[in-house]
Design a protein around this ligand. Structure first.
Ligand code: F0G
Length: 458
């Protein structure tokens, strides 16, 4: 295996974690209805549920927290964040939000009319749900390679341009209030989108008069992949690549809990003044005054600093290296993962580990439960629990193409020996895979059901 760059930081503050005994894990699973969202975090040894808001802030960020200006309007902290947002993203207008989905909600509320379509490479589940909540129809048009876990493609998150053109012709540009692209493509394996593909996507949207919004949750990781993999970018600083990317778009939504390395926060940016007027009113209703948008002044400060740390190249090469390292160790243990490794997470092909469990019995969830049972590690299913939904016309359940278990790596939080422990635990599970069974729902809400569903083993 290649040698990846070591952590470009040393540890100044520690937070204890403990491994509870097997019987206590079994009891916790039962009590949680086999949904890992209901397990007490202190009963988890290595928490790879999400990379969202779970990263470690730097000494500079904690220092900035102390500079937080908590004025209701026009706070100094807002202006610091504004400078960073303008410098990195370059949009004319922006508002802070309390997290990414709040930005999605506000954008959807302002732009979508019932029955309209919003295409993307792949929407994340909160984006999908926010579009649906306004009567819209989210549509995923990623390239087919995204659905083949083994195929090696440098930009597996790319939009399928011919699918996009055919889609616009079919539903009509007038029925598309805006189009999106998610960078990196979380729902499809944390895979990047190339600059070339972003350019063509922007051209297609714009030639049809459709505004283009980027879901920028992991834009910095995407920019680093562009630097490493796309011709002509190797010498460019990440900030320049980001400028080129965002100059293609009319706006963006962002969960700052990812690449801005903060525990809470989001952004909604745009160039259209009329849209900004609507956004501000909706923001005041739902989040807060436009200079704080549901956040404290100290959160704005931490974000302003974190935005720069998130585009630091020594950080990004360590970050993507750690993900590739975990992916390599898991593959060495004989478990297939989406290839190549994504930016923020390793996606285990649960259908390949548990081929005897049908999609209707949730192989991804089964693997997720076993990982806790075996090693008190928490991941998240990204498969039928999350995405199998009835077709609005026929009512028949449409199953997703992949059944995955995602192990998302919090930023600057776990070390290489934690990653080794995860891979060793998975190896033990692999050895007893044929004896693992599936699950059925005992409760499932209509939207975003993986958060609160309860299960029973079959
Ligand atoms: N967009 C993408 C691509 C995301 O991955 C997420 C969140 C959001 C939007 C919503 O942002 O959580 O701040 O409201 N992803 C987290 C995850 C939850 O675990 O992947 P949020």
């Amino acid at each position: 295996m290649p040698i990846y760059p070591p952590e470009p930081f040393r540890i100044k503050v520690t937070e204890p974690i403990r491994l509870i005994p097997p019987a206590a894990r079994e009891a916790a699973l039962k009590e949680a209805g086999y949904n890992l969202f209901f397990i007490k975090a202190e009963d988890i040894f290595i928490d790879l549920l999400t990379d969202s808001g779970t990263g470690a802030m730097s000494q500079e960020q904690w220092s900035a927290v102390m500079r937080g200006d908590e004025s209701y309007a026009g706070a100094r902290s807002y202006h610091r964040l504004k400078n960073a947002v303008e410098d990195i993203f370059g949009f004319k207008y922006f508002v802070p939000t309390h997290q990414g989905r709040a930005a999605e909600n506000i954008l959807s509320a302002c732009l979508i009319k019932a029955g309209q379509y919003v295409p993307s490479n792949m929407h994340f589940d909160t984006t999908d749900a926010n579009i649906r909540a306004r009567g819209g129809r989210p549509t995923n048009l990623v390239i087919d390679e995204a659905f083949d876990p083994d195929v090696l493609h440098p930009f597996k998150g790319n939009m399928d341009i011919s699918k996009l053109i055919a889609f616009i012709n079919k539903v009509g540009a007038a029925n598309i209030p805006f189009g999106m692209v998610t960078v990196t493509n979380n729902a499809g394996g944390g895979q990047p989108v190339s600059m070339e593909n972003l350019k063509t996507t922007a051209e297609v949207y714009h030639s049809n008069g459709i505004p283009f919004f980027i879901d920028a949750a992991r834009y910095a990781e995407n920019c680093f992949f562009i630097k490493e993999r796309e011709h002509g970018y190797a010498q460019l600083p990440i900030k320049d690549i980001a400028h080129e990317m965002f100059a293609l778009a009319d706006g963006m939504t962002m969960s700052a809990k990812k690449d801005a390395i903060v525990n809470i926060g989001g952004l909604l940016c745009m160039n259209d003044e009329k849209v900004f007027e609507k956004v501000k009113n909706e923001l005041i209703l739902r989040e807060g005054f436009p200079t704080y948008g549901g956040l404290a002044g100290r959160d704005l400060e931490a974000m302003a600093v974190g935005l720069y740390e998130g585009i630091d190249e020594s950080y990004l090469s360590y970050r993507l290296g750690q993900t590739a390292y975990l992916s390599g160790c898991i593959n060495e243990a004989g478990i297939p993962t989406i290839q190549p490794a994504g930016g923020h997470a390793v996606y285990l092909n649960a259908a390949a580990v548990l081929p005897h469990i049908p999609q209707s019995e949730f192989p991804g969830q089964a693997l997720c439960v076993e990982l806790f049972r075996e090693g008190a590690i928490r991941g998240v299913e990204i498969g039928s629990v999350m995405f199998a939904l009835p077709d609005p016309e026929t009512g028949k359940i449409v199953y997703p193409k992949l059944e995955l278990l995602r192990l998302a790596i919090p930023r600057r939080t776990y070390t290489q020996s934690h990653m080794d422990y995860v891979a060793e635990t998975l190896k033990r599970i692999k050895d007893r895979a044929p004896s693992i069974y599936g699950y059925k729902f005992t409760y499932a809400p209509e939207l975003l059901r993986h958060f609160t569903a309860k299960f029973q083993p079959l």
